[in-house]
Design a protein around this ligand. Structure first.
Ligand code: NGF
Length: 292
């Protein structure tokens, strides 16, 4: 498959207080994580705040990322939207901008039937020349699928992978066994090591924007068979993730970027800026990361 493996940050989108994209900050974040050795980027996903943006802003983010990365690593464009025409439009843009793959969240709201979800992916895959990574995140879409249903979706020509953001590792294991050639990305940063042991091809996550060196070290330790070191790193990372999630995740990730001189910016409304006490906690998280 043309889909990248390895550690892939779900790219943050720095914006100003009006919600406009801060191009320079986005470029700094891309250059910093590339220097850390990431294997690709997942652009415009949940972490990128796509559901809070206009289609033209989403296109702007896709275009800044492809211009900046300029072929150094593969890029996956998240193009999922509530309005299918927006998805189709963004899929075409992603292709024109040189992306390696597209990805779309499973249709949410309205409680769509399996057949409706199937038709949605089928049409997207027919329209796009790029491989598709379905984005499975039942906690936020409210829609889960059995491993058999996922296998039926995986049979759609062009649907080559899944971003598996679920804690059900039994389901992940069944899926890996049933579909040896399907590309599976771990979507919960907390569960990277167990997911690696079950055979995922890569990992896409929000916290990798600020922990790339640590998570790449975990990945390499696992590859080298040093499970003690991999386990140690997962525990350290999980302490960091727990603090991040308890402090308003995305605004804190951006605050951490700002502390490293990378800008970072704010999040779009209704996300609120960090309070004074959240900023203090962010400073503690920053110290914690540097100490590991
Ligand atoms: O933020 C969420 C929401 N999930 C991300 C990631 O799966 C989202 C995960 O990294 C993503 O890839 C995207 O931007 O589309 C978590 O933030 C992390 O495991 C901390 O819980 O569930």
């Amino acid at each position: 498959s043309a889909l990248p493996g390895g550690i892939i940050p779900a790219l943050l989108t720095p914006v100003d207080s009006r919600g406009d994209i801060l191009r320079d900050h986005l470029v700094s974040l891309l250059e910093y994580t590339l220097d850390c050795g990431v294997s690709g980027f997942y652009v415009g996903g949940s972490t990128g705040e796509c559901f809070l943006m206009s289609v033209s802003q989403r296109k702007e983010v896709l275009s800044i990322a492809s211009e900046t990365v300029s072929g150094r690593v593969p890029l996956i464009a998240h193009i999922g939207a509530q309005n299918v025409d927006d998805s189709f439009y963004l899929a075409e843009e992603a292709h024109a901008l040189g992306y390696s793959a597209i990805s779309a969240v499973t249709p949410y709201y309205y409680g769509f039937s399996f057949q409706e979800v199937f038709s949605y992916y089928q049409e997207l895959c027919q329209i796009s020349q790029l491989p598709m990574v379905m984005y499975f995140i039942p906690a936020l879409t409210g829609r889960t699928f059995t491993s058999q249903e996922i296998a039926r979706l995986a049979a759609i020509p062009g649907l080559e992978g899944i971003k598996f953001t679920d804690g059900d590792l039994f389901k992940l294991e069944r899926l890996r066994g049933q579909l040896p050639d399907f590309v599976i990305y771990s979507g919960y940063d907390e569960l990277l090591l167990p997911s690696l042991s079950l055979g995922v091809n890569g990992a896409i996550g929000s916290t990798y924007n600020v922990t790339a060196p640590l998570v790449i070290a975990l990945w390499e330790s696992f590859r080298e068979g040093d499970l003690a070191r991999a386990g140690h790193l997962q525990r350290e990372l999980n302490t960091i993730i727990e603090m991040l999630v308890g402090n308003n995740l995305y605004p804190t990730l951006k605050d951490l970027l700002a502390r490293r001189g990378l800008g970072g910016g704010l999040c779009r409304r209704p996300f609120l800026p960090l309070t004074a006490s959240q900023k203090e906690e962010s400073a503690r998280i920053d110290t914690h990361i540097t100490r590991v």
